[in-house]
Design a protein around this ligand. Structure first.
Ligand code: NIG
Ligand code: FE
Length: 419
């Protein structure tokens, strides 16, 4: 693997550390003018100003001249459902015409509609569409992406979704962190029997997921009308005992359900959405070091109120930001739009957004020791943006300024004619 030299950046910006940043720590960034990074194999060897280039024979490196540009850690998209079959464009139009996400769900649209299409999708088709979506992530500067099953719901399709992610991981592109999310919805076969479905997930599917090493995490949709607190506690506890990391979809649609409180009680790695989180929930997550992964593109898409990000950070919680790319509530992987929403509508500062999309995203996936910051020894995940400093990423809103992406020492995106 070739070694790289990034130099002359007008700004190099990064959080530092190996764990979730909470509250005001999220604003602590290291900013280096005239920034440089040297890689060796798949790792970062040195980070600093031009002094790190002294005595170096540049001819031995692939040189990326970042004049006028900003270098950041590769972005982490810590919540997506990027392997699915079919689309639900018509539902999107129903929503534009005034129907709510919940009412569409209640009349058999929503996840259940995607389940039908996903069951009919072959492994090869997952791979083909998966590659396309990964390429799109890489073009935004994303070097690590979490991906969930949960659109098959039956054993065969859930395993096929996970198998697709395992194969894509072997293609040495951007890193995929796979999550088994059988309890994403109650399938028609188990209608009215959520407890039986949880048992099915735990007894029939999970052992094979484990045996084949197909998932790092397990996830559940804890919500009124889907899985309640007791079912969630049972599933997550058993998944942890089986050796998986655990995470949740919590407090997305209804207030007072107690998802975030359960996240704190179980000390899950991350609880996500949190549009309706209570103050008690914020405290429970903060005090137990649970990352809150916020998904502004979803709130935008379903026209819901955004998660109270400002309040969370002011109360000392650590948050990450992710896209939630999925066929229903959020068919978008747009990092520029995500940044605009999280600053303009959620009140996060750009410094906090940088941490949320890098180190805290890595922490939300249990990878903060290896990823999420530009520091010697970490994996070489690097994104270059054609802006003079990180403030421009929200100032020039909605526009993709990423021009170069490196994932674990591999070049995965280079904008034509820019270098
Ligand atoms: O994360 N909230 C639940 N699951 C997905 C939406 C799934 C869908 O509408 O297909 C989410 O937003
Ligand atoms: Fe989701």
């Amino acid at each position: 693997m070739k070694s790289y030299l990034f130099k002359n950046a007008s700004e190099l910006v990064t959080p530092k550390g190996t764990a979730l940043k909470k509250g005001e720590e999220m604003r602590e960034l290291t900013v280096i003018p005239n920034g440089c990074v040297i890689t060796e194999g798949n790792r970062i060897k040195a980070v600093g100003g031009p002094e790190i280039l002294q005595g170096l024979d540049e001819a031995e490196y692939i040189v990326i001249d970042c004049t006028g540009k900003t270098i950041m850690p590769g972005l982490v998209d810590s919540h997506t459902h990027f392997i699915f079959g079919g689309y639900r464009a018509e539902e999107f139009n129903w929503r534009l015409n005034g129907e709510s996400y919940i009412s569409i769900m209640e009349r058999g649209g929503g996840i259940v509609a995607s389940t039908k299409a996903t069951r009919a999708t072959s492994l090869d088709e997952f791979l083909e569409v998966g590659r396309k979506r990964l390429r799109s992530f890489a073009n935004f500067g994303v070097t690590t992406v979490e991906g969930k099953s949960g659109y098959g719901l039956d054993k065969e399709t859930e395993l096929r979704q996970l198998e697709a992610m395992a194969r894509l991981n072997q293609e040495d592109w951007i890193r995929i962190v796979p999550t088994y999310m059988g309890p994403h919805e109650i399938p028609a076969e188990f209608k009215g029997r959520p407890d039986d479905y949880i048992d099915f997930c735990l007894n029939e599917v999970l052992p094979e997921v484990k045996e084949r090493g197909l998932a790092t995490f397990c996830d559940i949709f804890t919500e009124k009308g889907v899985f309640n607190i007791e079912q969630s506690r049972k599933f997550l506890t058993a998944a942890r005992e089986a050796g998986f990391g655990i995470r949740m979809h919590a407090d997305e649609l209804f207030a007072g359900f107690g998802g975030a409180e359960l996240a704190g009680e179980l000390k899950v790695t991350s609880a996500d959405h949190l549009l309706k989180i209570s103050e008690e929930g914020i405290k429970a997550m903060r005090d137990n070091n649970v990352c809150g992964t916020l998904l502004p593109l979803t709130a935008f898409s379903i026209k819901a109120d955004y998660a109270p990000a400002r309040k969370m950070v002011d109360m000392g919680m650590g948050v990450a930001l992710a896209t939630d790319l999925n066929p229903g509530s959020c068919y978008s992987e747009s990092i520029p739009l995500l940044i605009a929403l999280s600053t303009i509508y959620m009140g996060l500062r750009m410094e906090e957004v940088v941490t949320a999309l890098t180190l805290n995203g890595a922490a939300a996936l249990g990878l903060a020791e290896e990823k999420g910051s530009l520091e010697a020894g970490k994996l070489a995940d690097i994104a270059v943006f054609d802006v003079p400093n990180h403030q421009f990423l929200t100032y020039h809103f909605g526009v993709n300024e990423c021009v170069y992406t490196m994932s674990e020492g591999r070049e995965v995106y280079r904008k034509q004619d820019i270098f």
